[in-house]
Design a protein around this ligand. Structure first.
Ligand SMILES: Nc1nc2c(c(=O)[nH]1)N[C@H]1C(S)=C(S)[C@@H](COP(=O)(O)OP(=O)(O)OC[C@H]3O[C@@H](n4cnc5c(=O)[nH]c(N)nc54)[C@H](O)[C@@H]3O)O[C@H]1N2
Ligand SMILES: Nc1nc2c(c(=O)[nH]1)N[C@H]1C(S)=C(S)[C@@H](COP(=O)(O)OP(=O)(O)OC[C@H]3O[C@@H](n4cnc5c(=O)[nH]c(N)nc54)[C@H](O)[C@@H]3O)O[C@H]1N2
Ligand SMILES: [Mo]
Length: 780
């Protein structure tokens, strides 16, 4: 390692932590102020504001933040505080140059926080890790591609490489990536959706025949009731707040099911409503706030269902009997299991009183069209996929599929996470699709299923994986089992990060390592036939185009499409696929997408000319069910679950969540204003009662430890307990800081999604933790 002095400045603000409940409605002037602040901090007020005008507008680009669709409403501005943040940090004036890398060893960079790494700005040219100096040094694009090609060709088997995708990647790049990797010879496609809405994609098809949401934006306007389970709308899909405000103004009840009383879901002021802004007005969102225990949703839903069937048995007309008879299968067994449950167990496990459960059921049965939204609070559990089947079943009771104002709405995360899956990022491809790939591209794709995220981490830990390529994202800080994964990553032959910003994944690297910087969503992508646009599919299956408007952050950036094509050529010199021609004209890629997916993407190049895009067919909207029974299925999930695994009287269930000021592993600031947290991310949200039951003082400093039987100690120290209205047995804290607590084996059986919202933990007072560490050190 080099002896040169490291001059890494520690620029992280050292402001004192503060904990103070937020007294205002969410949104409003607080959001307006925060938007202005972030544009200022990134020195992009003029440039950023210009770009904001083009965001989510026909002819402009799609917000890089979330997957919520563009509405039909004609507003001059169509962005939110967090969309503005995502854009500002992308459009930032700050740059990570070769001089930066010359100044800092990787070891020194490892000592910096994720927040600091992100703050350094946009990557500017391809870099290669140089072990002699422990630094990243410049490399030409051609040499970088050649290096990847050489590594991939040298493997004993293509299954020794893992090809990760994060959901910001466009349809065009993801599609080519899926074809390249299959021609190379593997289906190893770990994807960010494996940690996100995979339970939706894998669970829902058994129930309704499609793994996607069934509503479109207009359904919000016709809904007579809206339920939101486990989704923090005001932070993670803020543009949906407009739909909720509108619904509330029409008198539509909104039921929020969440262990945290998220500020925006209680009261919200629309920052783009001039009247509310001028009058400091706001709208109450939750007409019913259901303070469910972490993991108590199943019990709560079963309580609602029990109440509904009890009313039906008493002769009330609460079911859509025609729909049930014509379109569904399996209701009787499902009903009987639920009717046999005890109210006492239901209320104990859910943490919700019988009276409130009956009230929620009443709201549901009075509504002739119900939209049910859900987020990570539902998916990231050990029974995530099967829980979503229960939510679908609840909707089936009143025929809430295939009519205006009704349906199921998984609120997806990354702006193109749904699209990437549609166009081939799938570790378990079906035979029909593979046959089609063979016909269209003329090679024999591998048939054996590949790795999802958890399997890819297992393969790395076991030494079966040797190369990791990340098309976007920050794999190492998104996954479970951080400590073991760090070691495994460092044993790989090669790691490649295709990225806009420096992140931890570039520092926890293989023996060889590359950072390849890309043109971002908001930037102009110039190729041989002129400026290109890409396409994305939002969470409601609308496909729209996205065309950047800003100059790229550096002349040495390349588009994701180009990088994929050049890696493909360097790896497969004999490939007869015309990779080079795709780089020049993305329209040719869309032609191929249309050929591979004729049922949904026929005439893609033509249809995408419509500035508002087009909608991909969702059969349940037509009451067509592509399931083995040809019907919508009621699927059994016996029992109530949350208390199933109590091995420790002191056990709490930990939910790892996002703050208002982060984008997944990207930390914008250490504050979370709606939850009243300032300048600290190492906090635990816990009720006063649970704290006192453990004899801990206010703001106690503690460590958290995972309860497990595999002999691995997983502990995070230096956490401060903040008194917060949390239900019994429930604790929350921030992702990714708490990921070291998440065991690799703790996931949803059906989808493989890590159960990041229900980690069994116990609190260890800091003194005890310190003593144990001391004993261990002595012993060593
Ligand atoms: N600004 C911003 N926007 C984002 C993101 C971001 O990080 N920042 N991330 C994007 C991505 S990839 C995704 S997937 C989405 C994530 O958006 P969300 O789905 O909102 O994800 P989380 O913030 O992890 O937390 C979800 C909510 O679930 C609740 N919850 C926790 N446990 C339970 C439970 O057992 N039951 C119920 N009912 N609720 C529970 C939490 O209190 C929290 O309100 O947002 C996307 N949009
Ligand atoms: N404990 C816990 N773990 C979780 C979760 C949780 O709730 N709790 N949530 C899970 C979820 S829902 C998700 S989706 C994953 C997220 O996992 P990832 O998608 O892997 O993580 P991100 O933080 O979104 O990735 C950020 C990086 O993407 C790169 N990037 C940004 N824009 C672009 C672009 O346009 N192109 C390219 N090529 N790169 C770009 C930047 O370099 C940035 O550093 O994390 C999962 N992990
Ligand atoms: Mo996500």
């Amino acid at each position: 390692m080099s002896e040169t002095k490291d001059t890494t400045p520690d620029t992280e603000p050292r402001a004192e932590p503060r904990y103070k409940p937020y007294a205002y409605p969410a949104g409003g002037w607080g959001a307006a102020k925060a938007t202005a602040k972030v544009l200022l901090e990134q020195s992009v007020v003029g440039k950023g504001s210009r770009a904001l005008l083009a965001m989510n507008k026909p002819g402009g680009f799609k917000c890089p933040s979330c997957a919520f669709p563009d509405p039909d409403r004609e507003k001059t501005l169509e962005f939110c505080e967090n969309g503005a943040k995502a854009l500002a940090v992308e459009a930032t004036k700050k740059r990570v140059t070769r001089a930066f890398f010359a100044q800092h060893t990787v070891t020194a960079l490892m000592a910096q926080s994720d927040y600091w790494l992100e703050e350094q700005g946009r990557l500017t040219e391809p870099m290669r890790y140089e072990p002699e100096t422990d630094r990243y040094v410049p490399i030409s694009w051609d040499d970088a591609y050649a290096m990847i090609g050489a590594h991939l060709r040298a493997l004993d088997h293509p299954d020794e490489a893992e090809f990760y995708t994060s959901g910001r990647t466009s349809n065009e790049a993801a599609f080519l990536y899926s074809i390249f990797v299959r021609q190379y010879g593997t289906n190893n496609f770990p994807d960010c959706s494996n940690m996100c809405h995979e339970p939706t994609s894998r669970g829902l098809p058994h129930a309704i025949g499609v793994g996607k949401g069934t509503i479109v934006m207009a359904d919000f306007d016709h809904a007579e009731a809206i339920f939101i389970f486990g989704q923090n709308t005001g932070t993670n899909s803020p543009r949906m707040m407009t739909n909720l405000v509108d619904a509330r103004k029409r008198g539509v009840p909104v039921v929020i099911v969440n262990p945290m009383p998220e500020r925006a879901l209680i009261r919200f002021a629309e920052p783009q409503d001039p009247v509310q802004m001028a009058t400091f007005g706001s709208t109450a969102i939750a007409s019913e706030f259901v303070h469910v225990r972490i993991g108590g949703d199943l019990a709560f839903v079963k309580g609602m269902v029990k109440a509904i069937f009890e009313r039906a048995a008493a002769g009330e007309d609460v079911l859509d009997r025609a729909f049930l008879a014509e379109h569904t299968h399996g209701m009787e067994a499902w009903r009987d299991e639920i009717l046999a449950l005890d109210w006492e167990d239901i209320t104990r496990v859910s943490g919700v009183g019988e009276e409130q459960i009956r009230r929620a059921a009443d709201i549901y049965v009075r509504s002739n069209a119900t939209v049910l939204c859900f987020g990570m609070g539902i998916t990231q559990h050990q029974n995530g996929a099967r829980m979503i089947q229960q939510l679908a079943a609840l909707l089936m009771l009143r025929g809430n599929f295939g009519k205006p104002g009704a349906g199921i709405a998984p609120i997806r995360g990354h702006s193109n996470v749904q699209g990437d899956r549609t166009v081939g990022i799938d570790e378990k491809p079906g035979a029909a699709y593979l046959d089609r790939v063979r016909e269209v591209f003329g090679f024999e794709p591998p048939r054996a299923w590949g790795h999802h995220v958890v399997e890819s981490v297992e393969a790395m830990i076991a030494g079966r994986a040797r190369v990791f390529i990340g098309l976007g994202g920050n794999f190492i800080h998104a996954i479970p089992e951080t400590a073991l994964a760090y070691e495994a990553m460092r044993r790989l032959n090669l790691t490649v990060g295709i990225a806009t910003k420096l992140n931890r994944g570039h520092l926890v690297h293989g023996r060889d390592a590359l950072i390849l910087p890309v043109i971002a969503r908001s930037e102009i992508d110039r190729q041989a036939t002129g400026e290109q646009f890409v396409t994305i599919e939002d969470a409601m299956s609308n496909v729209t185009s996205s065309r950047g408007v800003l100059e790229p952050a550096s002349p040495d950036l390349r588009s994701e499409v180009e990088i994929v094509c050049r890696i493909a050529r360097a790896t497969l010199p004999e490939s007869r696929i015309p990779w080079e021609s795709y780089i020049g004209d993305y329209g040719l890629i869309r032609e191929k997408i249309a050929e591979i997916y004729p049922a949904i993407y026929a005439d893609f190049p033509e249809k995408i000319k419509n500035p508002k895009g087009f909608h991909l067919d969702i059969p349940p909207r037509r009451r067509v069910w592509n399931t083995p029974t040809g019907k919508a299925n009621f699927l059994l999930l016996p029992g109530l679950h949350v208390d199933d695994i109590v091995t420790d009287a002191a056990m709490l269930r930990l939910s790892t969540i996002r703050s208002h000021d982060q984008y997944n592993t990207t930390i914008y600031s250490n504050s979370d204003r709606y939850r009243g947290i300032y300048n600290d991310r190492m906090v635990l949200f816990l009720s006063k009662a649970e704290r006192e039951a453990r004899g801990l003082p206010e703001l106690a400093k503690v460590a958290l430890e995972t309860i497990s039987t595999d002999g691995i100690t997983r502990r995070v120290e230096g956490l401060t307990i903040v008194d917060y209205p949390m239900p019994r047995g429930s604790v929350a804290g921030y992702y990714p800081e708490l990921n070291p607590l998440l065991p690799l084996t703790h996931f949803d059986e059906i989808s493989g999604t890590p159960a990041a919202k229900s980690i069994p933990v116990r609190i260890v007072p800091l003194t005890e933790a310190a003593e144990e560490t001391a004993t261990k050190t002595e012993a060593a």
